[in-house]
Design a protein. Sequence first.
Length: 286
Amino acid sequence: MTAIPLGVPRRLVEFTIDGKEARVPEGSTVLDACRAAGKDIPTLCHGDTLTPKNACRVCVVEVEGSRTLVPACSRKAEPGMTVHTDTERARHSRKVVLELLASSVDLSTTPQVAGWIKEYEAKPDRFGPEAARLNEAPKIDNDLYVRDYDKCILCYKCVDACGDQWQNTFAISVAGRGFDARIAVEHDAPLTDSACVYCGNCIEVCPTGALSFKSEFDMRAAGTWDESQQTETTTVCAYCGVGCNLTLHVQDNEIVKVTSPHDNPVTHGNLCIKGRFGYQHVQNRG
Ligand code: SF4
Ligand code: SF4
Ligand code: FES
């Protein structure tokens, strides 16, 4: 009989969130506990497959005894902690973060953000039309994906996915300082002259659509991108024996993009160029 290895049982941590008792496995974050309790804490730089970067601070909560607000996405739950998620101080901080981001970055393709802006009564317009923006045209230098840094919130998720957390290609990094800081490949070259291997793992983690499939970019520009008309089917990649899971997004009987389930214990949402982009032969029905 084959022995099935079981995960090491984890101790439960007990604490309170908004006056109610919470119990989560040791090692869970405050965000994990809040989500388990059904609370909608906004997040942008948090990635379920990446180590927290604490870059955006839109997820802050109040913890009794802590002088500063605490990022829920990275703070581990501790026994006896008293967490308040909806205080005036936390709400005000989230509001200002949303205002600063939305006044300087195009968040039109960031899921959920419009709802948060409404909920927190954020007014990005109050900084006036002169608020600093990148004002840069999308970089379209290959047939697979587009980089539109007007939509970039500098969350570093793409850098971490391309670097030591997953892909180990290190094709992209942060260049410049202060307002000039931006994500770039070495020497700000076109992607085609860089170390990029077109795995698309950076697109998978980008929270704003700054990195997008060329297929999606073109359809959005043509006004034909319609997620309500898309189906998602998860299947097994046929290119090699690893057996990665592919989720095919299909609209009008055509594959429009390929993602991969983040909860897969082998690939964690990552793919190679063939699995991510090599689907045209499926559609060649002529
Ligand atoms: S496609 Fe892959 S190799 Fe290229 S920049 Fe993105 S993560 Fe790095
Ligand atoms: S391109 Fe996307 S993933 Fe990369 S830093 Fe900008 S917003 Fe984050
Ligand atoms: S989501 Fe927690 S700091 Fe960005």
